[in-house]
Design a protein around this ligand. Structure first.
Ligand SMILES: Nc1ncnc2c1ncn2[C@@H]1O[C@H](COP(=O)(O)OP(=O)(O)O)[C@@H](O)[C@H]1O
Ligand SMILES: [Mg+2]
Length: 297
């Protein structure tokens, strides 16, 4: 997979000067990207994690994570496998608690309100904070159109014109042109990259404020990866995006902010967060620098 070139998991063999070059080019990529200021649209006040801890049984896997996600920005979560990135994003839409043995402490505020407060409807949180997984998971025996509209009943959203919503969501997901003449064919008939964009369209149909993406391109070829990245760029004006990625180039290309997670034998911690161009050009912590330069992973 071409991703491997930029994957610190597989990029530990380069000589020092090559590593330095690759970091300065990452910094250039990040700096070249037009960053978003927090959006002025009616996107709420955003999502905030406050002192989040997570456990599986006795095992403490996340330690005291506090992180703000500003409306209309893209935040990349990076760090070695096992440091708790997936667990952390599952705490943001209350998926963590559905794993047997899972426990949690801390607060997650969406528009200033704790999503874990007593009486909060979990289904509503999942609709406001949507999720796209590593492996595209369209409903294979539903048509493309049915897939996109599949969440509407659950969301109890009043939709005046389903055809308009269908087109809008497929357009925003960057898939409309490719599928507009075959909306009645099965979702399973699409390529992997198209299926992933179909899953994005399906998430958008219920009008989420936040979209969580857990390594959404790791199963895709480079061309499909670029299409998803373009889609993320377009979406970020209307949705707050949080993306886990092992691909440093991808973090540099798509994100406004980057947070580096690390587990050093104990539970995963957030080492630092900042504007992506700074994380790649002048990280504050030596461990971040070592990671983004591919010295470990
Ligand atoms: N369902 C689970 N049950 C028990 N332990 C888990 C489960 N999922 C993840 N873990 C553990 O939690 C830690 C963090 O995992 P994860 O969030 O998947 O990390 P990452 O996404 O950064 O690779 C790891 O030690 C992992 O083994
Ligand atoms: Mg993971």
């Amino acid at each position: 997979m071409a991703d491997d070139i930029n994957n610190p998991d597989s990029g530990n063999t380069g000589k020092k000067n090559e590593e330095d070059m690759s970091t300065s080019s990452l910094a250039a990529v990040a700096a070249g990207r037009q960053s978003h200021a927090p959006a002025t649209q009616a996107l709420g006040v955003g999502l905030e994690a406050r002192g989040v801890h997570a456990w599986f049984g006795d095992k403490h896997v996340l330690n005291n994570i506090s992180l703000d996600f500003w409306p209309g920005t893209v935040t990349a979560l990076i760090g070695p496998s096992g440091c708790g990135k997936s667990t952390f994003i599952r705490t943001l839409n209350r998926m963590h608690e559905f794993i047997p043995t899972a426990a949690l402490a801390g607060e997650v505020l969406l528009n200033g309100e704790d999503v874990y407060a007593a009486g909060v409807d979990v289904t509503k949180i999942r609709l406001k904070v949507g999720m796209v997984f590593q492996k595209p998971n369209p409903f294979p025996s539903m048509t493309i159109a049915e897939n996109v509209l599949a969440g509407l009943k659950l969301a109890q959203l009043k939709v005046e014109n389903k055809d308009d919503l269908l087109e809008e969501c497929l357009e925003r997901a960057g898939l409309w042109k490719e599928v507009k003449d075959r909306l009645g064919t099965y979702g399973g008939s699409l390529s992997g990259g198209q299926q992933q964009r179909l899953c994005i369209a399906r998430s958008l149909a219920v009008r989420p404020q936040v979209l969580l993406m857990d390594e959404p391109c790791s199963a895709l070829d480079p061309g499909s990866t670029l299409k998803i990245e373009e889609t993320i760029q377009h979406l970020s004006s209307s949705v707050t995006v949080i993306i886990v990625t092992h691909n440093m180039q991808q973090a540099a290309r798509v994100s406004d902010y980057t947070a580096f997670f690390l587990s050093d034998g104990g539970p995963g911690e957030m080492v630092e967060v900042g504007p992506t161009s700074e994380i790649f050009s002048r990280p504050k912590d030596k461990r971040t620098e070592n990671y983004v330069t591919g010295r470990f992973g």
